[in-house]
Design a protein around this ligand. Structure first.
Ligand code: FE2
Length: 291
């Protein structure tokens, strides 16, 4: 797999295939997203259309493979060659635990790692236990998608730490770090980085106006916030290691940068890093009353 990968950055989470989910509606939007990728030096993306059990968004592996081939052909003809690797973003529901339908699901490329997202607004008491149980029962490997956007992980680096200690990898959205989803999600993302809990930064682009891949200014800002070496780890070296079946490393921001750009921002989250999960229902209630 890695021998076929072009040089440059790799996006491991992208809704670039048209007509499968809430990503692009047409090849035109898809082409526009591809041009944005190329402009920031991304030459390969892993296509991760949503897969939600019992919904209309449950594309088969064959359908995804067909779409990848069609999009690659279109991009080649347009002179915007972009390597596309098939994958999925699988919505977590409790029923996956006793019955993980591996035959219907795609890992990211040949990595054997499944990209799983938690519902954004469900305050699971112990998301770490749910995922670790899934790992044990189904003998699979998991990358958790944008935990910083999920309420179950807000103020709850301990849950993500328990997961990563158990072998789960974590992907944070670039737009979360840049503040595109608001200050609280940005602080959560920074906090995860500070604790060495992040392995990948990805666009989670939906190839539509509001959620396109980053432009050059946004990409530059990302480099400013964490340093070019951390960007390389998160968006180049670790994705290549993942696709080669090798171990990845935590993304560590260049010394002083987070302190410079986010001074004192994460103090509230840092108070929670005592190794126990303190979010839970009480934590949620507290959050409702916090100004
Ligand atoms: Fe996504």
């Amino acid at each position: 797999m890695t021998a076929q990968l072009p040089p440059g950055f790799i996006d491991i989470h992208s809704h670039i295939l048209p007509g499968l989910d809430d990503g692009p509606e047409s090849m035109v939007q898809c082409l526009e997203a591809a041009r944005r990728y190329k402009a920031i030096g991304m030459n390969c993306v892993i296509a991760t259309p949503h897969w939600f059990r019992f919904t209309g968004w449950a594309p088969t592996p064959e359908r995804i493979a067909r779409s990848v081939a069609e999009v690659e052909e279109m991009l080649d003809k347009a002179g915007v060659p972009l390597k596309i690797v098939p994958g999925m973003e699988i919505g977590f529901v409790d029923s996956l635990q006793p019955d993980f339908p591996a035959a219907q699901l795609l890992p990211l490329g040949g990595s054997g790692h499944y990209l799983i997202e938690f519902p954004l607004m469900v305050a699971y008491m112990r998301p770490d236990q749910l995922i670790l149980r899934l790992l044990r029962r189904s003998r699979i490997k998991v990358i958790v998608a944008h935990p910083e956007r999920c309420i179950a992980f807000r103020d709850n680096a301990a849950a993500l730490a328990a997961m990563t200690a158990g072998g789960v990898l974590a992907q944070v959205n670039i737009n979360s770090l840049l503040g595109g989803f608001g200050r609280e999600i940005q602080q959560t993302a920074i906090n995860f980085l500070r604790h060495g809990l992040v392995h990948f930064l990805a666009t989670d682009s939906h190839a539509s106006e509001r959620r396109m891949p980053p432009d050059r200014d946004e990409w530059k800002l990302l480099g400013e916030y964490i340093g070019p070496a951390a960007v390389a780890t998160a968006c180049d070296e670790n994705p290549r290691r993942l696709l080669a079946g090798e171990a990845v490393v935590p993304v560590i921001a260049e010394s002083g940068r987070l302190e410079k750009y986010f001074p004192g921002d994460c103090a509230r989250n840092d108070k929670k890093k005592n190794g126990t999960n303190r979010k839970g229902f009480a934590g949620l209630l507290r959050g409702l009353f916090r100004k």
